[in-house]
Design a protein around this ligand. Structure first.
Ligand code: FAD
Length: 392
């Protein structure tokens, strides 16, 4: 059994978590649940889960990151998702469920005529509701290795629990800067408008806005990859089963294959996403709007996958876009900032932030409160790697 870490010589009393996406909320949840800090507050500029953490797919995979730097984080997080779902009644409150996951190729030119192309035989793994021209279908995840949550409901359920049962405070305000005392230790966060919030530990979980926050952007780059999604409400939701689809979509008229994803949800909705490109992140998250052409393509994908998702068969609930937070080396940045004691960062989770939120939050809470992360080794994610590589 692992020996418990020695008590932190000087545990922080007042911890501020900045950013109310899944990473900030998970961190605030584990910090406040531990009861080790006298007070924990979360500062969000707009509303909790207003950005990618509210508009993501919510797909979770146990072993898809194996062999890379994210492998242990993803495995720990997949298990934590299961534990949290038991603790918070996840199947009922935020749509947690296990899934079968399939990959398939869909050629658009073979769909939409009302007549299914003759294919012999139909791929055995394809469920009945995938009645478009799906080919080369194979299972790439089972109910042991893949699952899903509704990301916005998940993030808000965690926040509500932390506020209600563990005394987390939520403040709406935009963090303008982090102040230090004369000894190079964090002392406060200053909000736009001048409000000063004293703190002896600060966690910056600003998602793609990390790249616009001077303290962080002076150390490393974070950029936003804009991705699109639509949410459909089919007339007959019971016809659609718990199968996530990873497509290779060949548009009619040629052009390169695209790789949209389709996630039916236990709420009866079907979520589709794809169409990403690197774009400037607007300052205000409420100003992120979808590109109409990208939304049109996702509608074509929906039609080609299943008659249940075509116009007239499904109501369009949402057409939206959000930004993946990406780092230049494609590895998240998690750890204490070099040169500013008591100031931590957690960002750059790219397309796996919903999966990796819980283990990131638990590990950062341990690092802040105990001086060492036990849930997962954070060494590979340290922001110090950028200082080292810049010196070379
Ligand atoms: C289309 C799409 C589908 C996805 N699907 C999946 C999936 O299926 N599975 C998966 O694991 N991941 C998925 N992701 C990735 C996942 O959504 C992200 O990795 C994750 O949401 C990032 O969380 P975050 O908390 O770092 O950032 P965000 O969700 O962007 O949150 C950052 C928050 O910080 C706030 N903020 C920023 N600056 C300030 C400031 N100065 N002061 C106060 N607040 C501030 C913002 O308002 C925002 O609320 C998907 C992403 C996209 C775009």
């Amino acid at each position: 059994m692992e020996t418990p870490p020695p008590p932190h010589p000087n545990p922080p009393k007042r911890v501020l978590v900045c950013g109310g996406g899944v990473i900030g909320v998970c961190t605030a949840y584990f910090l406040s649940k531990s009861g080790a800090a006298a007070s924990v507050a979360l500062v969000e500029q707009s509303s909790v889960a207003c950005a990618a953490s509210g508009k993501a797919g919510g797909f979770l995979a146990l072993d898809w990151c194996d062999g890379g730097p994210l492998g242990p984080l993803a495995r720990a997080s997949f298990d934590l998702h299961r534990a949290l779902a038991a603790e918070l009644d996840g199947p009922r409150t935020y749509g947690y469920r296990t899934l079968t996951t399939l990959s398939l190729t869909v050629k658009e030119s073979e769909s939409g005529s009302g007549q299914q192309p003759k294919r012999a035989p139909r791929d055995a793994v394809l469920p009945d509701w995938v009645d478009g021209p799906g080919r080369a279908a194979r299972a790439i995840g089972s109910t042991d290795t893949t699952a899903q949550v509704h990301p916005q409901l998940f993030t808000r359920a965690l926040l509500d629990k932390a506020v209600r049962d563990y005394g987390l405070e939520v403040v709406i305000g935009k963090v303008a800067r982090v102040d230090a005392d004369g000894g190079g230790r964090v002392s406060a966060v200053v909000l736009e408008g001048g409000r000063v919030m004293e703190a002896d530990a600060v966690v910056l979980a600003l998602g793609p806005w990390s790249g616009k926050f001077g303290l962080l952007s002076s150390l490393f780059g974070v950029y936003g990859l804009k991705a699109h999604s639509i949410v459909l409400e089919p007339r007959e939701p019971s016809a659609i089963g718990p199968q996530a689809l990873f497509l290779s979509f060949l548009p009619s008229g040629g052009g390169p294959a695209m790789d949209p994803e389709v996630y039916p949800r236990p709420t009866g909705e079907v979520y589709l996403c794809g169409m990403s490109s690197r774009e400037e992140v607007p300052d205000d998250p409420t100003e992120v709007s979808p590109n109409p052409e990208s939304i049109k393509v996702l509608k074509r994908v929906a039609r080609a996958v299943s008659t249940n998702l075509g116009e007239g068969e499904a109501h369009m609930k949402a057409e939206q876009a959000c930004f993946l937070p990406c780092t230049e080396d494609e590895v998240p940045v998690i750890g204490e900032l070099p040169g500013l004691e008591g100031c931590y960062v957690a960002t750059g989770h790219s397309c796996w932030g919903i999966l990796n939120g819980p283990a990131t939050g638990a590990a950062v809470a341990e690092l802040v409160l105990e001086g060492r992360a036990r849930t997962v080794d954070l060494t590979r994610f340290s922001p110090a790697r950028f200082v080292v590589s810049r010196k070379r």
